[in-house]
Each structure stands twice: as C-alpha cells, then as structure tokens.
Unconditional design. Sequence first.
Length: 130
Amino acid sequence: MHRATLEGGESVVVKVQRPGAREQITRDLGLLELFAERALEQEALRGAVVRLHLHPYLRWQGEDGKWLRGRTTVLERLRSGGTPRPPASVELRDGQVYRWFAATGDGGPGGRADGAAPEEPPPVAVLPDV
C-alpha cells in the first residue's frame, strides 16, 4: 500500500497487486522451514538457537537445588552435564527465560517437599555477555 496525491490534489492510497505473489511467498516460507530444520540438525546452530531464548541475566536452579547465574555459566554447565529435565516453572522477561525452577522427582519445584516455590537467591551483579 502506498499513499499518493493525484495531480488535482486528492489524497489516495494505491495497492500494488503482484500476480503470483502468494505462490512465491508460500515457496519462500517452505524454503525457510527447510533451512530451519537443517540448521537445527547442526550442533553449533542448535546452541545458538538455545542461547537466543535464554536471558543474559538468567537465574537457573539445577536439579541439585543450587542456583547458577548468567546465561554463559548455565550454557557451560549444560554442555558438560547433559540435558536437564523440563522445569517445574519458568519466568520470562523480554521474551526470554529469566528464571528456571528445577523439577524434582516428586514433581515439586526446587526440591521442596511441600511443592512451594524455592527461595530466590540473593541478588548478584552479572555482567552481560560480550
């Protein structure tokens, strides 16, 4: 859609129609989907995708109940320790995972027998990733 002014001074909106655009867009989206599938098969790209979903100031509670702070620290731990179980709950901030509360064997978050949310660790200054 484009705004325009006719020679007589009248304001108009012009819609440019492109024959075949729907097919071209559908084909392009299909190619993007194929690229995404192939990209996720590559270990390095999979790590980059995970990194995008984790907040730089991430607070992560491991299954042992200990807290890790910072996206880089958590990613290093994950690389060395395997795949964690799904969390009991997460908190999002800016569209990214900001807090990850570990699930325990009994389904409760953070190793608490009563199922209550774990206590928040004390605040710590964390420098952003470079």
